[in-house]
Write a protein that binds this ligand. Structure first.
Ligand code: CA
Ligand code: CA
Ligand code: CA
Ligand code: CA
Length: 310
């Protein structure tokens, strides 16, 4: 044997023996196997996520890019958001309409009430149910534009989504005040305002924390709650009487100078427009696909699930 080959074989053998001695026992090998299976699984999920993201970018650009120049502009984003929102409202109305008893293309109050609250004499309902029924009935009357006591499908759409139409907005304001106005004086005080948002976002759900809204405890409040407090005083309470009346609540929840669709389109554009040319390429949308998939206003995530539409 050539000396060189012999040295080479001997080195190979030593390396082999060394690595064999380092090999894990059987259970170790099994664990390695499980680990690798997990890795493969994780890898598959990552690959799938990547696939979904690429698919999202392509779908988004193709569906929103009306003039087919390969870029998405702010105007194209706005019309897409409007379209998706409108589609949601129409589909939701269709679903609910199909779930109720319809006679001569209309729904009666009685059939809505029975379907929603069950069959019972009015006196048999608990007081909280009675309140809900009265509230629904008031909303029903506001939605019943021709005043015939029944709702057509269009009227029912306004009943289900009152925030979308001007003639229902007083109802939205009234319902908001009723939800927050705990002492029932018809106004939202600073403490009622804070109790509403703080309770809602209270992560541990500990009811004792509600007591933290007392003035005595406000030093311990998180920064965002304190800034809401300041916002109430400086912006929301226009006439500075320490409470919000109907007009002030309306300004707060349905601000005239705020266009939700425009704001969302601007947000999506600014969050993704890397080269700042005012429009989004497929690559820019791909790089920020999380922003798009997570956008509730655009329902991109949901649109992907219903990919048969594309
Ligand atoms: Ca009607
Ligand atoms: Ca109050
Ligand atoms: Ca006020
Ligand atoms: Ca761009």
């Amino acid at each position: 044997m050539h000396a060189c080959l012999s040295v080479c074989l001997s080195v190979c053998l030593s390396v082999c023996i060394f690595y064999c001695s380092q090999l894990p026992c059987y259970s170790g090998i099994r664990k390695l196997g499980e680990k690798s299976a997990r890795y493969t699984q994780q890898n598959t999920v990552e690959l799938q996520c990547r696939y979904i993201k690429i698919r999202t970018a392509i779908i988004i650009v193709d569906k929103i890019d009306k003039d087919k120049d390969g870029f998405v502009t702010e105007e194209e984003l706005k019309s897409w958001i409007e379209y998706v929102q409108k589609r949601y409202i129409v589909q939701d109305t269709e679903r609910m309409w199909a779930d109720h008893q319809i006679t001569n293309n209309a729904m009666t109050w009685e059939s809505y009430k029975n379907r929603t609250y069950g069959f019972a004499d009015d006196d048999d309902f608990s007081s909280s149910y009675k309140e809900m029924i009265e509230r629904d009935q008031r909303r029903w009357k506001a939605a019943d534009r021709n005043g015939d006591g029944q709702l057509s499908k269009d009227e029912f759409m306004d009943f289900l989504h009152p925030e979308e139409v001007e003639h229902m907005r007083d109802i939205v304001v009234d319902e908001t005040i009723e939800d927050i106005d705990k002492d029932k004086d018809g106004y939202i005080s600073l403490e009622e305002y804070i109790a509403d948002i703080y309770e809602e976002d209270d992560e541990d759900g500990d009811e004792d924390d509600v007591g933290d809204h007392d003035k005595d405890h406000k030093d311990g409040e998180p920064d965002w709650v304190r800034s809401e407090r300041e916002q109430f005083i400086s912006t929301r309470d226009k006439n500075k009487d320490g409470r919000l009346d109907k007009g002030e609540v309306r300004q707060w929840i349905i601000p005239e100078d705020y266009n939700y669709v425009e704001a969302e389109a601007t947000h999506l554009l600014h969050a993704s427009d890397e080269d700042e040319d005012g429009k989004l390429s497929k690559q820019e949308i791909l790089d920020k696909s999380d922003v798009f998939v997570g956008s509730q206003a655009t329902e991109f995530g949901e649109a992907l699930v219903r990919h048969d539409e594309f």
